[in-house]
Each structure stands twice: as structure tokens, then as C-alpha cells.
Design a protein around this ligand. Structure first.
Ligand SMILES: Nc1ncnc2c1ncn2[C@@H]1O[C@H](COP(=O)(O)OP(=O)(O)OP(=O)(O)O)[C@@H](O)[C@H]1O
Ligand SMILES: [Zn+2]
Ligand SMILES: [Zn+2]
Length: 803
């Protein structure tokens, strides 16, 4: 038997399958999707088995050294999906596969086998291997054909459990659970403990009185009875206590109680949406839906009720939400409805926690996965629905290899499983809305807020006017007045500061000098906490400057408005206001995000001030005012989506206000109040914005009229990168049809990162079936130079960042 293996060496030369002989004892065990160690040149390296065959052309074949996974980590579906991603995004197959498994098992963890509770049922060969214990190192399991075959069956049946022993605290936890033996459970029942075993007697009596036939975890028992381990051990040995080991998960949410929620009676439009989705589910059709619902229209309730039916069909659902809206509030809504059926995949979890959540899915212990981008790879086998909330979000695109867009992966998986997929948003991306207009997606609309609540009233405040009247503060008089009003009425406000374009930088007031990174062509950012200047691209740090290195002036100051500065100004102008600030600084510690939001929810502050992270998902009834401090900081970025992002952001922030009984109001401060993205956000008019933006896109030849692809070349030697970029661009131009527009090469907006000069070539096209192959061959052509570490090439089939 031969295994086809893709080895863990992400280079062009090794981006193909290698044949290895399967050792005889593994023949009945090895399956595609398992990882193996194989000899590769002088080394041993990891790889994924993608297939097994009977024979090979290879003459001198090497043998697999060892098997890393006692059960496949990638299913047949995911193996196939990985091949598709590698092709579509022009990346190495191994890179695609590695991105689908949790990082915790990508390292080289020790594997152990556990006997599950009903271990009496396992065959003697297996029981012998465990030799009376319940835990066995995977390496210690006899590498013998029959035993391996049996083990395979036991793993499938769930009687043997595979576990990865992760380094530093991420180890799976086993807990000892204790209970009284049957005959001692009744209070006062006789036991023959000797009189000097006082502590033991105490334990037994306490358990009889407090627990009866119930179980207790050992640590809790020790705490309650103030007993030592020896006393408990002795009772187990004497047969008074029954001990069993259960594994438990590091559930990051385990300390929380989730208030159970039940399905709400739906509004008519919600019902129509649910009916449509469920019809596709029942008929097993891969329909794509665009759920366009204004903020507060009850999109989430639509997802919840559709998922409820998916679960009762015995199927599974994936819910994708952008990282920043994966708030505790959001998680609660799913856990509250589906309880233990939900796994949450969140980047803020530790590697061990992430692995636990992944494992719940892998083992079919849950039916719903809620998570950010990579949750689209949740290893379910029987999907009934995929939901992508806030589908317009750029974070669904991965900005590192593999540069995939979760939307395309979601559609691929929906097709594979013949199930519907729902894209939801209050501000759909132009790409999606066009597809809905063309009938590629079915449009479902929720044009009104739940219970016909009014949309908040939006006022736009011209900051140029404020300046003319001598107000140099970041707050307009109007916004300050309204904030005061809210404090008086004991209502709450959210203040939003756009971090992009607002980083604090240092500038000399006399000569205009701005310190920039010596390795990257980018301005250094001032960090208040440690009073240092830092490069956001390479991490370079230096002391804050006090005199200008260029003109020796001491008038060197930092500019821009960080949340911290705004907070200082706010407390100066409104000393009575209680403010909670949420930004990278105040939420870096685990759980702090949740704490701050809880405090705000309990009314411990009047104003929530924050960055992007407060724009989404918040649903607090007392918020009646949303303020946007500078609406147009994003408008001027070199990005064709700038207007769209501005419109989306204003709409999202506005959507936080007046979601409950109380009426909401929004103040938008802007230096370009006449811009159509701001004007249409004011009137909550998505369609009008869409039409105007479509005209701009048509004019500029941007998506959704053209597809884009971008090739970026970086090299330490400027002449070298220019030459290479020229050659690449020329080659692409000559390989595509006349209709494709190949732009460049030009210097990237950030001309140098980590001492490498950067050039880019942009491709605009409508229909170029050969494009990925062309880019693939470009990558292959430069394989050896890339391998030498000098040149870097990146291909991006759905560029979202143009810096
Ligand atoms: N049919 C219904 N009847 C009563 N209340 C509802 C109904 N549907 C949803 N709600 C409530 O309305 C509020 C807004 O709903 P939800 O958060 O689902 O809207 P959304 O469209 O997802 O909002 P956003 O996009 O602004 O986050 C929630 O508090 C939700 O519990
Ligand atoms: Zn100067
Ligand atoms: Zn740098």
C-alpha cells in the first residue's frame, strides 16, 4: 500500500504529492487526512496523507516513519476543499491544509489514548495494551496490524478517545469525580471505618447528608470537607467511594450562566426569510440568500430560528461573524438558544481553548459553530446551513497565505453539502447586492426595525463651521449639548472614534519633520502607555523625541487623536460624565472586553467611548445617542472601497442607538458633510448610496464591474525588484486576453516594509479563465529566488488592502 503525502515544506519545489510506502501494521489504520512523519532528504518532516493507492511508479520508495494522528484531522471534504483553495488563491497545498487545523495540533503535541467510560466493551487486545490503566501514550500502542485495526474501530465507536497533549497549560484536563458506593448512600447508613479514621468518617457523613447518590468533583469535595487527598484515596481503596475520571473542556464560558431564550414570534418579513431558507434546507438545494435588513431588524433571530430547524433535522450549522462582533453578547444569543450544542471559535481564546472548541466539532458533540473567518473550516460532515453575518466585512478575507475569502469557501461548502447559505447585512457589499439584483442570490429584505421602531434621527455637524467659530475641540457644541442632556436624563451614549487614519504621529511644528521607521516607509506611531514611538509593520521602537533631529526645534509634538486623548478632553469638558473607554489598550487583557461591556450594561457609565470594536453588535436598551467624532477619516485612504466603508461604518454606529423603547439620535461630525456616503447614511438610504457608488465604480473600472487581482513583489535590492516587477507585469500582460487591464508595475503605497522595497501590479478583468494558471507559473518561475529568501512574491485574488 502506498500513501500520497503532501509534506510540510511550503516551497514551490515541494508543492506536489510524494509517494511513501505504508508500513504493513498501519495498512488497516491509515486514512486520508491523517498526518504522518516521513523521511525527506536528510530529515524527518510532517505531512498530510491525502490518498492511498495500491501501487506506485516510484522505484526506490521510502516508508512512512510514524503516524501522527490516530484519527484523521481533515475529512475527505476538507482535503478536496484545500485543493480548490490552493488553486483559486494560488498558494501551496500544504499552506491551505495547515490553515484548516487548529494551531495547537500543528505543533508537535504528544498524543494519548484514553479509554472512555464504557471501557468494558473494548476487545481484549485493546484492554491488554492499556494494561489496567485508562491512559496510554500513542507511541506505546503496539504497532501491529491486528491491534491497529481494532483500535481504529474502537476510536470510530468512541470507546477510545484520542487526545493531543498540548504544551503550556493547554493540556486537556481530566477530573476525578467521586460518589458514595451504593450501599453507603443513605444518610446514617453503616460503615466500618475505624474510630481513628476521623477525617474519613467526616467525609462519608458529609457526602451522605449533602449528596446522597450525587457525584462531586474531587477538588470541590476537598474544599467542602477540608480533607486531604490521602483520606479520599483511602476511602476509594476501601470501596466506600467510587472514583471515575472524566475529561472536561477548558470552556471559556463555563462560569457563565446563559439565560435560556426561546423563539420569538416573528415579524412578517422575518417569517418570509425563515420560510425561504428552510425550503432550501428541506429540498436540499444550495441557494444563496442575501438578507438585507436594517440595523435592529432582527436578522439574528432569523438565523436562530433557521438553525433550530437545521438541528432538528439532525444537521449542523456554521455561523460566521466578524472577529470584532464576536462579543460576549453575540455568543450569549447563540448559547442562550442552543446551550451546549454550540462551539465558539474565537481568536481571543488560548490555543488550548481553541483546540477544545474545534474538538467538540470534530467529535460531533455540538451542532453549531459560531466563529470568525476560519470557522468556515469547522469540521462538520452534515451541514444544513451556513450563515455569514455582516457579509460586507473586509475581515472575511484573509490577508496572509492562503489569501482566501470566507464567502467563497462558504459557497463551496454549501454546494458540497447541498445546503443553503445566508449572507446578512444592513449594508451589503456592492458585489453581493449586484448578485442579488441579477438573481444569483435571492434577496430577502427586512426594511424595518423590529416592532416598526423608528430609525434614529441623524444630524450632520460641519466641523469646518465649528472651527470658523473658534471651536478647536474634537467635540462640536451640538454633540456636547446632547451628551449633557443624556447624562441628565440618565440615558447612555456611545462615542465612536475611527482609529484608521487617526493614529497618533509626531511632527515638528517648525519644519514639519515626522519620524518614520528606518526599515519601512511609514510614519511611527506614538504610544502613550510607554511613551515610545513604534512601527506598526515591523515592530521597530524608539524613544519619543524631544528635539527635532532636522531643525533642533523643541516644538516637536504628537498629533492625531487617540481614544485616550479624546477621553481626557471629554472629562475636561464634561467632568460629571462617567466614561468607559474601549480600545486596544483597555481590552488587551483576556476578559476585559466583557467586563467593560457588562459594566456599561449595568449602567455604571454614561458614555462608552471606543474604536471599531464598539461599532457592531451592541444591543443596549439605554443607548439613545451615538456620536461619530470624525466621519471622514477613512474617505481619503487610497482605497476604492473608502466611500463604501464610510457608509457602512456610519450606518453600523447609528444602528446602536434607540434599539429599544427610547428613541435614538445620532450626531455625525464631518469635514466633508456633502459627501454622498455621509448624506445617504443620514437618510438611511442604502439603495441611493448603492446607485451612486455603482456609478463611481463603473467610472473607475472597479468591482463589481471588474474583478481585481494583485501581485506584489518585494526585495531588499531596489533595482532588482523593479526589474522583476517589470518582467512579471509584462508576462501577465502578454498571457491574458486583450480585455484584461494590467496596471503597473508601480511602487506600493507603503514603499518599503522590513527593509524590502515593494512594487505591485494590479489586474482588472472580467473573464480570464487562465489567470490563476498564469499567476501560478509566475510563482513557479521565481521559485528558486524565493527559496533563497531574497525575493518575496504574493498573489492576491481578492485584494482588500491596497497599502
Ligand atoms: N420577532 C421579534 N419580536 C420581538 N423582538 C425581536 C424579534 N426579532 C428580534 N427581536 C429583538 O430585536 C432586537 C434586534 O434584533 P437583532 O439584534 O437580531 O437585529 P439585527 O438585525 O441582527 O441587528 P444589527 O444588525 O443591528 O446587529 C433584539 O433585541 C432582538 O431580541
Ligand atoms: Zn524641525
Ligand atoms: Zn518598520
Amino acid at each position: 500500500m502506498i500513501a500520497k503525502v503532501i509534506v510540510d515544506v511550503p516551497t514551490g519545489q515541494t508543492n506536489r504529492l510524494y509517494d511513501y510506502k505504508i508500513p504493513e501494521e498501519m495498512e488497516e489504520f491509515i486514512q486520508p487526512g491523517m498526518r504522518v512523519n516521513v523521511p525527506f532528504g536528510p530529515r524527518q518532516i510532517q505531512g498530510f496523507v491525502t490518498d492511498t493507492t495500491a501501487s506506485t511508479e516510484v522505484k526506490r520508495i521510502k516508508e512512512i516513519t510514524s503516524l501522527l494522528d490516530p484519527s484523521p484531522v481533515l475529512s475527505g471534504e476538507l482535503l478536496q476543499l484545500g485543493r480548490w483553495i490552493a488553486e483559486e488563491t494560488v498558494c501551496f497545498l500544504i499552506t491551505a491544509y495547515q490553515s484548516m487545523v487548529p494551531s495547537a495540533i500543528r505543533a508537535k503535541p504528544k498524543k494519548r489514548l484514553f479509554l472512555a467510560e464504557d471501557s468494558e466493551a473494548v476487545p481484549v487486545e485493546i484492554a491488554d495494551a492499556f494494561a489496567g490503566k485508562t491512559i496510554l501514550d500513542w507511541e506505546a500502542f503496539p504497532a501491529e496490524k491486528k491491534a491497529m485495526k481494532l483500535l481504529n474501530e474502537e476510536i470510530q465507536a468512541g470507546r477510545v478517545i484520542v487526545d493531543y497533549l498540548l504544551k503550556n497549560r493547554t493540556e486537556k484536563k481530566m477530573q476525578t469525580i467521586l460518589s458514595l458506593a451504593k450501599e453507603y448512600q443513605a444518610a446514617g447508613s453503616k460503615h466500618n471505618l475505624s474510630g481513628n479514621a476521623k477525617k474519613q468518617q467526616q467525609i462519608v457523613e458529609w457526602m451522605q447528608n449533602e449528596l446522597g447518590d450525587k457525584e462531586i468533583a474531587q477538588p470541590e469535595l476537598l474544599e467542602k470537607t477540608e480533607a486531604g487527598r490521602q483520606a479520599v484515596r483511602a476511602l476509594v481503596d476501601k470501596g466506600l467511594l467510587i472514583e471515575k475520571k472524566t475529561e472536561f473542556y477548558r470552556d471559556p464560558y463555563k462560569d457563565k450562566m446563559f439565560q435560556k431564550s426561546t423563539a420569538l414570534p416573528l415579524m412578517e418579513e422575518q417569517q418570509t426569510a425563515v420560510d425561504n431558507i428552510l425550503e432550501s434546507l428541506h429540498k436540499g438545494r444550495t441557494d444563496s440568500y442575501l438578507l438585507h435588513g436594517v440595523t435592529g431588524s432582527g436578522k439574528t433571530e432569523v438565523y436562530l430560528q433557521a438553525i433550530d430547524e437545521v438541528i432538528s433535522q439532525g444537521k449542523e450549522a456554521i455561523v460566521l461573524v466578524p472577529e470584532i462582533s464576536l462579543t460576549p453578547q453575540m455568543v450569549n444569543r447563540f448559547k442562550g438558544r442552543f446551550g451546549a450544542e454550540v462551539a465558539v471559535l474565537h481568536s481571543a481564546l488560548s490555543a488550548g481553548e481553541k483546540y477544545d472548541e474545534w474538538r467538540k466539532i470534530h467529535r460531533k458533540e455540538v451542532k453549531v459553530a459560531v466563529g470568525a473567518r476560519s470557522a468556515v473550516f469547522a469540521p462538520f460532515d452534515n451541514l444544513g446551513l451556513i450563515v455569514m453575518d455582516e457579509e460586507h466585512e473586509g475581515s472575511y478575507k484573509q490577508e496572509d497565505h492562503p489569501r482566501y475569502h470566507a464567502k467563497h469557501v462558504a459557497i463551496w461548502r454549501a454546494e458540497y453539502h447541498h445546503c443553503p447559505v445566508v449572507f446578512g447585512s444592513a449594508t451589503p457589499s456592492l458585489e453581493s447586492y449586484v448578485r442579488a439584483e441579477k438573481g444569483v442570490y435571492t434577496l430577502l429584505e427586512l426594511p424595518q426595525r423590529v416592532n416598526r421602531k423608528a430609525m434614529p434621527e441623524v444630524t450632520i455637524q460641519d466641523m469646518r463651521e465649528e472651527l470658523r467659530q473658534g471651536n478647536r475641540s474634537v467635540f462640536s457644541t451640538l454633540l456636547l449639548d446632547k451628551l449633557k442632556e443624556r447624562i441628565d436624563k440618565k440615558e447612555q451614549s456611545v462615542l465612536f472614534l475611527n482609529r484608521r487614519g487617526h493614529s497618533t504621529f509626531v511632527m515638528c511644528r517648525d519644519c514639519g519633520f515626522t519620524p518614520s521607521c528606518p526599515h519601512c516607509e511609514i510614519t511611527l506611531t506614538y504610544h502613550h502607555t510607554n511613551r515610545r514611538l513604534k512601527c506598526h509593520y515591523c515592530g521597530h521602537e524608539e524613544q519619543m523625541l524631544h528635539t527635532c533631529p532636522s531643525c533642533q526645534s523643541s516644538q516637536i509634538r504628537f498629533f492625531g487623536t487617540g481614544t485616550q486623548k479624546v477621553e481626557e478632553e471629554l472629562t475636561r469638558l464634561l467632568p460629571e460624565a462617567r466614561v468607559i473607554r474601549m480600545d486596544m489598550d483597555t481590552t488587551s487583557r483576556k476578559g476585559s472586553h466583557e467586563k467593560l461591556l457588562d459594566a456599561f450594561g449595568r449602567g455604571e457609565a454614561d458614555i462608552l467611548l471606543g474604536t471599531q470594536m464598539i461599532a457592531k453588535g451592541l444591543d443596549f436598551p439605554k443607548i439613545t445617542l451615538a456620536g461619530i467624532l470624525a466621519a471622514d477619516t477613512m474617505l481619503h485612504l487610497p482605497d476604492f472601497r473608502a466611500a463604501e466603508r464610510t457608509f457602512q461604518l456610519l450606518t453600523q454606529v447609528s444602528g446602536r442607538a434607540g434599539r429599544d423603547e427610547l428613541k435614538g439620535e445620532v450626531v455625525v461630525q464631518s469635514y466633508t458633510p456633502e459627501h454622498y456616503s455621509i448624506q445617504h447614511a443620514k437618510t438611511h438610504n442604502y439603495k441611493a448610496f448603492y446607485q451612486e457608488e455603482m456609478l463611481q465604480r463603473r467610472r473607475g473600472g472597479y468591482p463589481p464591474f471588474y474583478y481585481l487581482a494583485m501581485v506584489n513583489a518585494a526585495h531588499e535590492d531596489l533595482a532588482e525588484v523593479m526589474k522583476t516587477a517589470d518582467k512579471i507585469t509584462e508576462y501577465i500582460r502578454s498571457s491574458l486576453s486583450e480585455k484584461a487591464v494590467v496596471l503597473g508595475p508601480t511602487v506600493s503605497p507603503i514603499a518599503r516594509i522590513k527593509d524590502r522595497y515593494r512594487y505591485q501590479c494590479m489586474i482588472k478583468y472580467k473573464n480570464e479563465p487562465e489567470l490563476t494558471k498564469v499567476l501560478q507559473s509566475v510563482a513557479e518561475r521565481y521559485n528558486s529566488e524565493i527559496a533563497k529568501g531574497k525575493l518575496q512574491l504574493s498573489m492576491d485574488m481578492y485584494p482588500y488592502m491596497f497599502m
